[in-house]
Design a protein around this ligand. Structure first.
Ligand code: KG4
Ligand code: ZN
Length: 343
């Protein structure tokens, strides 16, 4: 029989394995004691994440990553009150490794498990450190698989106001980088090059979808055509203009995002604005959000770099709030690759 008190300050082991990072974290009384991330270099030569290779790498990484998290946190297995894991969204085989490990580890220790939504976890990463957003706030959640504007009413009460109808913005960054011949993962590299370029050197379309939705597949096609046309005239066009092209692409992607964020803030009257997910590490997006804070009198929340891209600390803080709310799952839980934020 599971014995625990809901009013206790729990110690939770958290596991993240939704894509190509194997991560484990420990949280005690709401404070992160360890956050270990093992990234998978195996995908580099393929120019993108290969799902089967991701699952195998998770299998190899999960035990040492968890052992390192417990060591860093200086706790024993017996001190853990619950195991939180990413249930979805993500790659089925990758999620399966974290989910199976969480279930067997918890079963062995006779402690409960907590299923966490990866996108909700990206948002709740804002509650790891100060300053913390005040409810209700809007969160622009931008990652390799998702692009959403979320109305966050409470820790576990969120509503997606708008989202991409095709590619995610992280995918648009990565695919643009690939077209420019940059190695995977291209988003951070494109960002680095953009810092030396002129964002107004070239113009790419800003697609306007209804309400708070986004579309990024059109911009990808226009970049492809733009590069084709220019390299036909000058085969060295990309090499000679690389920084300017990167800066111009980045500006178009950021403007597409912020146009809808401004609209959502205006129409909801909410001035507490956060960004989350891998693309929130983008220097251009971070700076533009800071500029808009002054212009629109927003209180903005930009995550620490370590909590932008995938990490288990965000799963741990979500697990913490779910534990306090008594939201546990059973040993019958299975991965949910298309898991929604509202449930
Ligand atoms: O949240 P995340 O680590 O994984 C998913 O949940 O998808 O996001 C990964 C995405 C990738 O597309 C990656 O290229 C992008 O975030 N990314 C960036 C930057 N750092 C990571 N995109 C633009 N600029 C960056 N600095
Ligand atoms: Zn993510």
């Amino acid at each position: 029989m599971l014995v625990f008190q809901l009013n206790m300050s729990p110690t939770i082991l958290a596991i993240e394995s939704s894509c190509d990072d194997t991560s484990a974290a420990v949280i005690k009384d709401g404070k992160i004691l360890a956050n270990i991330v093992a990234s998978q270099a195996v995908h580099e030569k393929y120019g993108g994440v290969v799902p089967e290779l991701a699952s195998r790498a998770h299998e190899q990484n999960i035990v040492p990553v968890i052992a390192q998290a417990l060591l860093t946190a200086n706790i024993t297995k017996r001190e853990i009150n619950a195991v939180a894991f990413t249930q979805g969204p993500g790659l089925l085989g990758a999620l399966l490794v974290g989910c199976s490990f969480a279930k067997s580890f918890a079963l062995g220790l006779n402690i409960p498990i907590i299923a966490v939504n990866h996108m909700q976890a990206h948002i709740l990463a804002h509650f790891i450190d100060e300053p913390k957003p005040v409810f209700p706030f809007l969160c622009l959640t931008v990652s390799g698989g998702h692009t959403q504007i979320v109305l966050v009413k409470d820790f576990l009460d969120m509503q997606v106001l708008g989202q991409t109808t095709d590619d995610a913005v992280g995918e648009a960054f990565d695919k643009s980088a690939k077209l420019l011949g940059l190695p995977y993962p291209g988003g951070p590299l494109l960002d680095k090059l953009a810092q030396q370029g002129n964002p107004n050197a070239f113009t790419f379309p800003i697609v306007n979808m209804p309400a708070y939705d986004f579309s990024f597949s059109g911009i990808k096609t226009s970049i492809l055509n733009f590069l084709k046309n220019n390299t036909q005239q000058n085969p060295d066009f990309i090499r000679e203009n690389l920084a300017d092209i990167c800066a111009s692409i980045q500006q178009a992607l950021i403007q597409t995002l912020l146009k809808k964020l401004v609209l959502a803030a205006k129409e909801t009257g909410i001035k507490e604005i956060a960004i989350a997910g891998g693309v929130s590490a983008n220097s251009g997006l971070r700076q533009t959000i800071r500029d808009y804070a002054l212009e629109y009198k927003w209180n903005t929340y930009i995550p620490d770099f370590q909590y932008c891209t995938d990490n288990a600390a965000m799963v741990a803080i979500t697990g913490h709030y779910k534990f306090l709310a008594g939201e546990f799952t059973t040993q019958l839980a299975s991965p949910d690759p298309r898991m929604k934020i509202t449930y």
